[in-house]
Design a protein around this ligand. Structure first.
Ligand SMILES: *Cc1c(COP(=O)(O)O)cnc(C)c1O
Length: 376
């Protein structure tokens, strides 16, 4: 296969495998695969189709626009969209049978759109059990549930789910997770008092799905694990039975010998101590390689080399050592594939996490999908 000069190779079979692995962890709970943000950078449709093939019951996105894109491409599986603004097109979502998260203000415009369309909206009520982001506070929850029950009785909405989102599940020993689960159970009891008892109670993100069976309820909402990455600082994806689904690769664009003291890249923040060879890697921050990554690894000819100096818009430099046999044109794997380099290593080098590394790989890097099932 002739690859583009730069490519993010997306292994659809790995995505399907990861969904299957997570489904086994959480059985009998259902699996919602989060495919927001262009499938965490892997491609919205690639991720959605592979996740469904792997056994995902639901797909999850942040925005209605993302959900509509799935529908526009013929994906009929249940989809939940959970982050809205006043500009959100609730009517289009209802017509496309997209489930809607609602934390408070959304309920009225959703019910209004449903009223106009003469079609009930499918709603998942969100409670904030501690994350402090979206979701009704525990104080506002009884009122949200009361309003939802009212709309449900009028046939304008159907409450399909109740959910919340975890704050610290990636650190399994923290007690705040227990507090959130207690609050969630309390919220369910309050909803029940108002006659709101939906089939889908869902809480767990990837870390909670993998470390807290008591957070599984009826469904888990998993993202980073679907793409083969670990949400835990001290665990790798493969050690959890997951296969990283993105391999970022290019080829060496230049090799040259330089004397001791040669500075590297803007700001000359790094100088080589001894004569060496420098390899030029044609990927930069425009492609999603963080500018501040320091000493991050790449694999060339089966050996690891580290980035040196600042990452520029289009390129960065690795110190190959004086005796290197690396040639222009040699393949470079930045992470993934058979390299053994995890996106989390780039995350650590850049003061961020694997989630951000894969999600921000830029539009200039073509996605090359392998091992995909044929689209029917
Ligand atoms: C992104 C997201 C998820 C998935 O989180 P991961 O940590 O990637 O598994 C689950 N639920 C909500 C509400 C999200 O925004």
């Amino acid at each position: 296969m002739k690859l583009p000069e730069r490519a993010a190779i997306i292994d659809a079979a790995a995505i399907a495998h990861n969904v299957g692995t997570i489904a086994e962890y959480v059985r009998p709970a259902k699996v919602l695969a989060a495919v927001k943000a262009d499938g965490y950078g892997h491609g919205l449709l690639t991720a959605a189709r592979a996740a469904l093939h792997g056994g995902a019951d639901w797909l999850g996105v942040a925005h209605i626009a993302e959900a509509l894109q799935l529908r526009a491409h013929g994906i009929e599986a249940p989809v939940l969209a959970w982050l809205h603004t006043h500009e959100a097109d609730f009517a289009a979502a209802i017509e496309a049978h997209i489930d809607l998260g609602a934390s408070g203000w959304e309920l009225e415009p959703i019910a209004e759109a449903a009223n106009t369309l003469h079609e009930p909206a499918r709603v998942h009520l969100k409670v904030d059990t501690g994350l402090g982001r979206n979701g009704a506070t525990m104080t506002d929850w009884p009122e949200l549930v009361r309003r939802a029950a009212g709309y449900q009785n009028r046939g304008l909405i159907s409450v399909e789910g109740i959910f919340t989102h975890m704050a610290v599940a990636d650190e399994p020993d923290r007690r705040e997770t227990d507090e959130q689960l207690d609050a969630f159970r309390q919220a369910l009891a309050i909803a029940e008092e108002h006659g709101v008892v939906p089939d889908l109670r869902h809480v767990a993100n990837t870390p909670a799905a993998l470390s807290r069976p008591d957070a599984h309820f009826d469904m888990v909402r998993v993202g980073v694990g679907v793409y083969g990455h670990s949400p835990f600082a001290d665990r790798s994806g493969p050690s959890l039975g997951l296969k990283p689904a993105m391999e970022l690769r290019t080829t060496v664009a230049n090799v040259k010998s330089v004397p001791a003291g040669q500075g590297i890249s803007y700001g000359l923040t790094h100088r080589v101590e001894a004569p060496t060879k420098l390899g030029l890697i044609p990927l930069g921050y425009a492609d999603g390689i963080p500018r501040i990554a320091v000493g991050a690894p790449v694999l060339i000819r089966g050996r690891r080399y580290c980035s040196a100096g600042r990452v520029a818009m289009d390129q960065f430099v690795v110190d190959l050592g004086a005796d290197s046999d690396v040639q222009v044109g040699d393949e470079v794997v930045v992470f993934g594939g058979e390299s053994g380099i995890e996106a989390s290593e780039w995350g650590t080098a850049a003061g961020t996490i694997n989630y951000e590394i894969v999600t921000r790989i830029g539009a200039r890097v073509p996605r090359v999908v392998i091992n995909a099932e044929p689209v029917p």
